[in-house]
Design a protein around this ligand. Structure first.
Ligand code: FAD
Length: 263
């Protein structure tokens, strides 16, 4: 089985500052890590690879620093990595990100399965997976908590909150993986020593490598949305302590919630 896993590098802390003038995230000096949900997608891919004697290619779109997450994935067990990186891809919104990732996947032969995380911890939209599948014209499903190989199909379980669905999906397809599906393995020290900087395992793809050579479909130009302003919400420290009997406090709370139109 030829498996692609999409992984994104995200800030390793929730304490990311925003430049008050430009409104852009200050990423310099901020520790980065692999998006946590992508670890589960990767572990799912690695387990399916082991069962099917297949191959796992990890793909990340981002600046050169994102090489770090591709290397980590290779130390965990992925066979190859692709870094999609070009200034022309900068400023991409979800639409342009998904389109660029789909273009990169289009250059790979005989893909059976694409796995993504459920969402990221920075952009957090959960839309890149489904949109990538739509660009590739592939069947897709989200909230996946289990995947098994069944002949030429995959059987998966999806947790839709109000119901749990067990279904089959034909290959090739794309699945967005939930957090509780497995326990991701740690990077292997042996593989770290064996592959080192991974220069033979990781390929960089730029705009020139894409089939679609229309620059208007990538980066800021290819983005349907534009960020007008990014700001950190003001911390409010207003506190109101209710006093009295349980019944009185419950009544007072109800009145306050009504007054403030929360209910
Ligand atoms: C106008 C605009 C400009 C922006 N400019 C920038 C910018 O300059 N720099 C910047 O960093 N962000 C920028 N962003 C944010 C960027 O668009 C999103 O981070 C990106 O589209 C991914 O969306 P997400 O994080 O919500 O992913 P989600 O949809 O939450 O991710 C779901 C899954 O998709 C996969 N995935 C998502 N992103 C990637 C990726 N890059 N590579 C591989 N797999 C991935 C992962 O498996 C992930 O678990 C911009 C957004 C807008 C609207």
């Amino acid at each position: 089985m030829n498996i692609i896993v999409c992984i994104k590098q995200v800030p390793g802390t929730s304490n990311v500052k925003v430049d008050p003038v430009t409104g852009v995230l200050i990423r310099d000096g901020v520790q980065s890590k692999m998006n946590p949900y992508d670890l589960y997608a990767l572990e799912t891919g690695l387990q399916l690879k082991e069962k099917s004697n297949g191959k796992v290619t990890v793909i990340s779109m981002g600046p050169p620093a994102a090489l770090a997450v591709l290397k980590e994935a290779i130390y965990m067990g992925a066979d190859e990595g692709i870094l999609i990186s070009d200034r022309k891809f900068g400023g991409a919104d979800v639409l342009a990100t998904a389109y660029t990732i789909s273009q990169a996947i289009n250059t790979i032969d005989d893909v059976d399965l694409i796995l993504t995380g459920k969402q990221t911890t920075d952009g957090d939209t959960g839309q890149v997976g489904p949109e990538t599948a739509e660009f590739l014209n592939l069947p897709h499903f989200g909230y996946v908590t289990n995947v098994e190989i069944k002949n030429d199909k995959l059987q998966f379980i999806s947790n839709l909150e109000t119901k749990v669905m067990k279904a089959n999906i034909t290959l090739p397809c794309l699945l967005c993986i939930e957090g509780e599906i497995n326990t991701p393995r740690l990077p292997s020290y042996k593989r770290k020593v064996k592959f080192g900087s991974c220069e033979n395992q990781i390929k960089i793809m730029s705009f020139e490598d894409m089939k679609d050579q229309n620059e208007n479909n990538y980066g800021l130009k290819g983005s349907a949305t534009q960020v007008e302003k990014i700001f950190q919400p003001k911390k409010t420290t207003d506190r109101l302590v209710l006093q009295g009997t349980k019944e009185q406090m419950a009544k007072d709370l109800l009145n306050i919630l009504r007054e403030r139109k929360f209910i």
